[in-house]
Design a protein around this ligand. Structure first.
Ligand code: GAL
Length: 702
């Protein structure tokens, strides 16, 4: 579905979640909101996200007068609206009258009324009530001149284990497998006498039942994603009864955190369901204990440059979901309130992080929330307007400065983020790999961290990237990287094969090509269907103790790319035999001693590279220098003569227009020298080639 999304190309959208329903008894506050919004450059708000109880205080009794007033006031002030459907939290009367709308946990207990996101996507009542309120909102507001976008629900996440969901799950399985024989084969149910003889015997995976059947676990996660998508589509259908041309989005969560912020959904399945993706970004700026790089990139106590790479990864992921501009739907102008410790953004960082989103292809910067609530769970969460209610705060001043910068940047809004390199991040792959029990279990398997480490090496080399599922057409790329591609489905195999045959450079690593889409091990050697493409087989796997290391000794041709002479392998060392491939490095130590650690295979017009051990970050970066060159893929760093290492450089372009973003993710000044001279877009003057960025500073080069 591609609706008219011109508005997103015409200029940057700037604003945030606006919750006037919390202030209905304070017309003075609502009036002041408008003045302050204008003052800070806000041109759009997300409205009504959790407003169901204000919209329908009793069953069937609807109150829209307050929203009419808010709409008209916003419209008079030239502020546009992302109109939300309120399904993220249901009113108390509904839970009391129809307990089926509440979720059942994996312990089989139905939740009481409370919190948000506590609703069953199978419940016919919840679906009916949601369709009703969505339809009423559409009838009343879809044609209102202020509305430009539907904001569907809020951060869909989690699942439910009630009887209705069990029933839907069984039907979903019937649809997928047709008969029990096929299901039993796909789940390998002869093992532990698990053969299913009646569909009704199937239950969702729960701790006191069956948590260890990998096929069941995988299908349950797929089902939860499909149910959520189905629910979302029903919501969209309900709002599209009026003005089906009005675009839709839903605000997605970070989605790749190993934390309670993992929604448990496969976002690749959402990609063609909305007009563009939007996401909520809350990185832990200024905090130590940087998770993604705990693997082996030496960690400084606080390293915001590396954190910036994690955020960049997510921007690239969400941009890649729909391919065009995306929306940064939420962020905090200062601190969040839900981490054990949350530091306010240092002066300058709010502007920098907002522009970082733009540099990666976002056409909006939005906050949660516009005005701080006086009570409730998020009363201390950062907001543009604090409890003091004034514009006389650093946070407000910086927000206003960003507003005026975005306004100046209007000509950049119709540019794109061009990428010729793609990195595979696949949720199903992550699920099956994390669920599997092998020689190394627990956090050191680190699929996500490994993907982020590879991302960091490329990002730090100035390579613009798309993040892909692995099932897309790859013909637009020079270089495709798929770390730890444990599961290789048929489409994925086909795409890789076509890509390399046509001349692409494909790079993958240890732990790839083990299982098919059903999480069944391939018959024949690892890496399964990638064997002939990579020209290797892998016979055995050694895993190393926490402080154990093996060495990786490069061949003469690769020596110059290993900055420390030899590389260090940790955690995984596979024993590989080359078939048609050439070995470019060997292991010293571990069971793989003497065996190839890095191989390349010429296949069709391209080449396929395989790394058999978990390589240290320095050497991996060196290896990427070589791969980038070999693939002939673009790096923005080609335009630079020198760069201080805390500066990230990104480019947005279209036709002849090109804008380089230089972003300094550190408190101290940094310098970048460009090969050619550029205009300073934000501070026009003479063209120049030396760029001095203050701490947390940004420059845009035209
Ligand atoms: C988001 C959510 C918002 C708010 C915010 C606080 O995940 O969508 O409603 O709770 O977190 O950081």
């Amino acid at each position: 579905m591609k609706k008219s999304i011109d508005f997103i190309r015409n200029g940057f959208l700037y604003g945030g979640d606006y919750n006037p329903d919390q202030w209905l008894d304070r017309p003075d506050v609502l009036k002041e909101d408008l003045r302050l919004m204008k003052k800070s450059g806000v041109n759009v708000v997300s409205l009504g996200i959790f407003a169901w109880s204000a919209l329908e205080p009793e069953e069937g009794v609807f109150r829209f007068e307050w929203l009419d007033r808010v709409f008209d006031d916003l419209n008079r002030s030239g502020i546009r609206v992302f109109l939300a459907t309120p399904s993220g939290a249901r009113p108390g009367w509904m839970a009391a009258k129809y307990p089926e709308v509440l979720r059942v946990g994996s312990d089989g207990k139905r939740n009481l009324f409370g919190i948000r996101h506590n609703h069953c996507f199978s419940s016919p009542v919840y679906r009916e009530k949601t369709a009703e309120i969505n339809g009423k909102l559409a009838e009343r507001y879809a044609s209102h001149p202020a509305v430009i976008l539907w904001h569907i629900s809020n951060e869909y996440s989690g699942g439910c284990h009630c009887e209705l969901c069990q029933e839907n799950f069984r039907n979903w399985l019937k649809n997928r497998y047709g008969d029990l024989d096929s299901l039993n084969k796909a789940w390998w149910n002869a093992f532990w006498s698990h053969t299913v003889t009646d569909w009704n015997h199937i239950h969702s995976p729960v701790p006191h039942g069956e948590p260890m059947l990998h096929g069941l676990n995988l299908d349950w996660k797929r089902f939860v994603t499909d149910m959520t998508v189905d629910f979302m589509e029903a919501e969209i259908a309900a709002v599209h009864t009026v003005r089906p041309d009005l675009p839709v989005t839903t605000n997605l969560m970070a989605g790749v955190e190993n934390s309670e912020h993992d929604p448990g959904l496969d976002y690749w399945k959402f990609r063609d369901k909305f007009d563009f993706a939007s996401w909520d970004s809350y990185p832990g700026w200024h905090l130590p204990g940087y998770q993604a790089f705990s693997l082996d990139i030496p960690e400084s106590p606080v390293d915001d440059y590396r954190r910036a790479s994690e955020v960049a990864f997510q921007h690239d992921l969400f941009r890649s979901l729909t391919g065009g501009p995306f929306l940064l739907m939420e962020s905090t102008p200062s601190a969040v309130n839900w981490r054990p410790l949350s530091k306010p953004k240092k002066p300058g960082l709010n502007i920098l992080s907002g522009l970082q989103a733009v540099a990666h292809g976002a056409n909006s910067v939005q906050y949660f929330q516009w005005r701080k609530s006086r009570g409730g769970f998020e009363k201390y969460h950062g907001a543009v307007v604090g409890h003091d209610g004034t514009e006389n705060t650093r946070i407000f001043r910086e927000a206003a400065e960003l507003g005026s910068l975005l306004d100046k940047m209007r000509p950049i809004a119709d540019t794109d983020y061009p990428a010729r390199t793609a990195l595979v991040y696949n949720w199903e792959n992550r699920w099956v790999f994390e669920d599997s029990r092998g020689a190394l279990n627990g956090p050191r398997k680190a699929y996500l961290e490994t993907v982020r480490k590879h991302y960091f090496c490329l990002w730090d080399s100035g390579v613009p990237m798309d993040i892909i599922s692995g099932e897309e057409d790859l013909s637009g790329y020079d270089l495709v990287v798929a770390p730890m591609l444990h599961m290789v489905g048929k489409t994925c195999e086909k795409r890789i094969r076509e890509f390399v045959e046509a001349g692409g450079l494909f790079f993958t690593t240890y732990q790839s090509g083990y299982v098919d889409e059903s999480d069944l091990c391939f018959e024949g050697a690892v890496p399964g269907p990638l064997r002939d493409i990579l020209g290797i087989t892998c016979e055995e796997l050694d895993v190393l103790n926490p402080r154990e290391q093996a060495e990786i000794l490069p061949s003469v041709e690769m020596e110059s790319f290993f900055p420390n002479g030899t590389g260090i392998a940790t955690d995984f060392c596979e024993v590989v035999q080359v078939q048609s491939a050439r070995s470019l490095a060997r292991f010293r130590g571990s069971l793989a001693d003497g065996a190839p650690a890095l191989t390349v295979n010429d296949f069709g017009k391209g080449s396929a590279w395989y790394l058999a051990g978990r390589l240290d970050a320095d050497s991996l970066k060196g290896l990427y220098r070589h791969l980038i060159k070999r693939a002939g893929t673009a790096s923005v760093h080609d335009r630079l003569a020198a760069r201080d290492e805390t500066v990230s450089v990104q480019v947005r372009s279209s036709g002849d227009k090109k804008y380089l973003f230089l972003m300094n993710f550190a408190p101290k000044e940094a310098v970048v020298r460009t090969v050619k001279s550029y205009m300073d877009f934000l501070n026009p003057g003479e063209p120049k080639s030396e760029w001095i960025l203050p701490g947390w500073g940004v420059a845009i080069l035209e």
